[in-house]
Design a protein around this ligand. Structure first.
Ligand SMILES: C[S@@+](CC[C@H](N)C(=O)[O-])C[C@H]1O[C@@H](n2cnc3c(N)ncnc32)[C@H](O)[C@@H]1O
Length: 279
């Protein structure tokens, strides 16, 4: 079977078909385009038919290829973790913009998944050290693998299991805590559509209004922040008002909300003016 014919026969878009064929054959996309009269070997053709049929059934491209690009790096993913979203790059940008460039800072990431936020921050700031937690051991395994693959200095990152802050020590405070927690309401129609159908619900669902985890995080992080420390949270496009209230009720200062490229307020940050000493 010729490359051009295999792509034509598949019932998915040309660009997805080319990406999957590139994944199966190991040939890059420009080569596939320039040499589309080349014959595929039987094994590559069968593999391509199988994977493109799964795509046709709705399986996400990221899970089919086991990879996803985020903030300029390619991360290994699996069905155990959320597929990193381009929107979450905004959280990374906001975090970097609020970290003093030349000073060392201690960061905590809550709900790290495959590690995209923690690792992207480490790749873009030389002076930070990061603790990153998740409740899922499978997610932590992937995050550690991504750190091994992408970071040159593994002494700056520590991944461990915790149910939010339950197993995080507050003896040494953090300059910044970042989180992209599950924030979809449990009856949200988006859960029945597209890629989301294949993702773990533990990474998506935040109770009936989607805010269950955000409330927990915002109210508990205060005792873990150093003076002037920031909490930065990603949330849904329609949750900005509610999240601002949660930050306000808990006494954060300088609460700020940042819009994504579509014009929706998707990231909220607030600062702890005076450190709280829990003994
Ligand atoms: C929306 S995903 C974010 C993953 C990754 N940080 C990203 O931005 O792509 C939320 C993550 O929170 C984790 N999580 C859910 N409930 C948790 C809990 N109670 N304690 C710690 N982590 C939790 C999930 O396992 C998941 O990895």
């Amino acid at each position: 079977m010729k490359i051009s014919q295999a792509i034509k026969n598949s019932k998915i878009s040309k660009s997805e078909a080319r990406s999957l064929l590139s994944f199966v054959t190991g040939l890059d996309i420009p080569y596939l385009i320039a040499n589309d009269e080349t014959q595929l070997c039987d094994k590559d053709y069968v593999d391509f038919v199988n994977i493109s049929q799964r795509r046709e059934l709705g399986h996400p491209m990221g899970y089919l290829m086991g990879k996803k690009e985020f903030y300029g790096s390619v991360f290994t993913i699996s069905r155990d973790v959320l597929i990193p979203r381009p929107e979450t790059e905004l959280l990374v940008e906001v975090a970097l913009a609020n970290l003093p460039l030349k000073e060392p800072s201690r960061l905590l990431e809550l709900g790290t998944g495959c590690g995209v936020i923690a690792i992207s921050l480490l790749l873009n700031h030389r002076k930070i050290v990061v603790d990153a937690i998740d409740i899922s051991e499978e997610a932590l395994k992937l995050a550690r693998q991504n750190a091994d693959d992408l970071l040159s200095d593994l002494t700056r990152i520590d991944f461990f299991r915790s149910n939010w802050l339950a197993d995080v020590s507050n003896e040494v405070k953090y300059n910044m805590v970042v989180a992209n927690p599950p924030y979809v309401g449990d009856r949200d129609v988006h859960l029945t559509k597209g890629d989301v159908r294949f993702e773990p619900s533990i990474a998506l669902v935040g109770g009936s209004d989607g805010l269950f985890h955000i409330r927990q995080i915002v109210s508990n992080v205060l005792g873990y922040l150093s003076e002037g420390g920031w909490l930065i949270v990603e949330h849904g496009y329609n949750q900005a008002g509610a999240v601002q209230d949660i930050f306000q009720v808990n006494g954060y200062s300088n609460i700020t909300q940042i819009k994504d490229l579509a014009g929706n307020l998707r990231v909220t940050l607030g600062q702890l003016e005076k450190a709280i000493d829990y003994k």
